[in-house]
Design a protein around this ligand. Structure first.
Ligand SMILES: Cc1cc2nc3c(=O)[nH]c(=O)nc-3n(C[C@H](O)[C@H](O)[C@H](O)COP(=O)(O)O)c2cc1C
Length: 181
């Protein structure tokens, strides 16, 4: 906790875009994300084509993001069309980008750990990051505070909006790190 609300985008073998919600995910390495992935249409798609996008759901996209976690592409082939999300092609990988999300990581599968019939731990390497200009800070880097990103509440099954900045990392603690006289 907190768990980001991530939308995994893949293509089915016939080119239909698919997307699923994943909140059991985290940082594996500087440029790698790990996701606890069950057995889904997404899992099948990644075995056929190990390329994907990871986008971060927002306050404005709660309904489609949750829908993508309730319904499987195995049963509802046009789930992405039904979600209302706008689909574009990624620049660097063969996977869909959903323009409604402020930030998208274009990724390739680096490893599938502990693979079994029930899924795996997917390690995805980030090859590119797409961010709309309006979500950039003055220094040209992504401004997370502008994005209204969500965190999943596993206790009461809610989506919470991540709040504002309250401190400076690797810096505020220095106030207590005064040299002994
Ligand atoms: C809030 C939320 C979080 C979820 N997190 C995960 C997750 O981390 N890993 C996973 O395998 N499934 C997770 N799911 C379930 C999948 O999103 C769901 O089974 C989806 O229908 C799979 O879609 P697909 O079969 O079209 O790939 C989550 C669902 C919701 C609503």
């Amino acid at each position: 906790m907190p768990q980001a609300v991530i939308i995994i985008g893949t293509f089915d073998s016939d080119g239909t875009p698919n997307a699923m919600n994943a909140a059991w995910a985290g940082t594996w390495n500087n440029d790698e994300i790990v996701i606890s992935l069950g057995s889904h249409q997404t899992t099948e798609n990644l075995k056929a084509n190990p390329e994907l996008t990871l986008a971060f759901a927002t306050k404005e996209t709660v309904v489609p993001a949750d829908y993508l976690g309730l319904v499987s592409g195995r049963k509802v082939k046009d789930k992405v069309a039904k979600s209302g999300l706008k689909v574009e092609k990624a620049g660097k990988v063969k996977a869909p980008v959903f323009a409604d999300f402020p930030m998208t990581f274009e990724c390739r599968v680096a490893r599938m750990i502990d693979e079994s019939e029930s899924g795996c731990f997917l390690v995805a390497k980030i090859v590119s990051i797409d961010v709309d200009e309006k979500f950039l800070a003055e220094d040209g880097k992504p401004d997370l505070e502008k994005m209204h990103l969500l965190t999943f509440d596993p206790v009461h099954l809610g989506y919470l909006e991540i709040g504002g900045r309250v401190g400076n990392a690797f810096s505020d603690g220095k106030a207590l790190n005064t040299p002994r006289p």
